[in-house]
Ligand binder design. Structure first.
Ligand SMILES: Nc1ncnc2c1ncn2[C@@H]1O[C@H](COP(=O)(O)OP(=O)(O)O)[C@@H](O)[C@H]1O
Ligand SMILES: O=C(O)C1=C[C@@H](OP(=O)(O)O)[C@@H](O)[C@H](O)C1
Ligand SMILES: [Mg+2]
Length: 261
């Protein structure tokens, strides 16, 4: 055997070790999940994630391949999150609720924590139309926008394991709700009119509230929509005075409870 052949064999042995370590690592990830579930512990633990990241930084300090190894670890962590998410949610998670309830924020956080794909409906529609949501409303009217929402929700049926962040009006059409439920669990986020107002008062992105951005109008519109939101929901989470992390934890545990039934 010449040297080159020997090095190649050594490399293959290294790859085998990496594979074995990854299989072992993933099995441990599953054990941690099962443990948290058994003892009713929070699934998301961002502080632990930060701690792990710091440990890695320290360990790699001064290492010649620091950047490359770090890159590999980022992928490893992302894939562990995916494994977790696939195990927990075999369906789409569809967030509905009034403007300012936190649908976009919660979706974003969840998608980061579980490395799940996300569809932010307003953003997709806006990109496709090459126009902001207020401009779509102003140019073509609300009905046109609502039809785009319906079309997008129909497309979403081909997705799996995806977080769908709806616009606040998406759950108002019955046909939309039927689409959401085909492949997803519908999560209703709620907040009081006062909380909504505090969260959206400086926003210019919500044409429905144009010129009416006050607690009274919000309360009235919320009441008009309430029945439809509630009828669509598989689970409901009240978000007043809760952090985004708390809302996400509640969402996860309620979905897990639902699956256990
Ligand atoms: N639980 C929360 N606590 C405090 N602020 C929040 C919370 N959820 C969302 N927000 C804030 O409220 C605003 C509106 O949230 P957003 O996610 O855009 O709502 P939605 O998509 O339901 O209209 C954002 O500025 C966001 O940072
Ligand atoms: O409630 C509504 O009718 C709407 C809510 C908005 O989304 P957010 O709920 O994310 O603000 C956006 O889709 C559009 O301005 C209409
Ligand atoms: Mg939103």
């Amino acid at each position: 055997m010449n040297d080159l052949e020997m090095y190649r064999e050594q490399l293959a042995l290294c790859d085998d070790k990496i594979i074995d370590a990854l299989v072992e690592r993933n099995a441990i990830v599953e054990k941690i999940m099962a443990y948290k579930e058994e003892y009713g512990m929070p699934i998301l633990q961002p502080a632990q994630e930060d701690k792990q990241e710091r440990r890695l930084q320290e360990k790699l300090e001064g290492n010649k391949y620091q950047e490359e190894i770090h890159d590999v670890f980022r992928r490893i962590v992302r894939n562990s999150k995916r494994i977790q998410a696939r195990k927990l949610f075999s369906y789409n998670i569809v967030l509905i609720g009034f403007m300012g309830a936190g649908k976009s924020t919660v979706s974003d956080y969840l998608s980061t924590m579980f490395a799940m794909k996300i569809v932010e409906m307003d953003q997709v529609i806006s990109e496709r139309e090459e126009m902001s949501i207020p401009d779509i409303f102003a140019t073509y009217g609300e009905e046109y926008f609502r039809d785009l929402e319906t079309k997008l929700l129909v497309e979403m049926q081909s997705k799996k394991n995806t977080i769908i962040s709806c616009g606040g009006g998406a759950a108002l059409r019955e046909e939309n709700v039927a689409e959401m439920k085909k492949n997803g669990r519908v999560v209703l986020l709620t907040a009081s009119p006062q909380t909504v107002y505090e969260r959206v008062k400086d926003s210019e992105e919500r044409p429905i509230l144009n010129g009416n951005n006050n607690v009274e109008y919000i309360a009235e519109l919320m009441e008009k929509r309430r029945e439809k939101y509630e009828a669509a929901a598989d689970i409901v989470i009240q978000t007043d005075n809760k952090t985004v992390l708390q809302v996400c934890e509640e969402l996860i545990s309620k979905l897990m409870e639902m699956d256990a039934e």
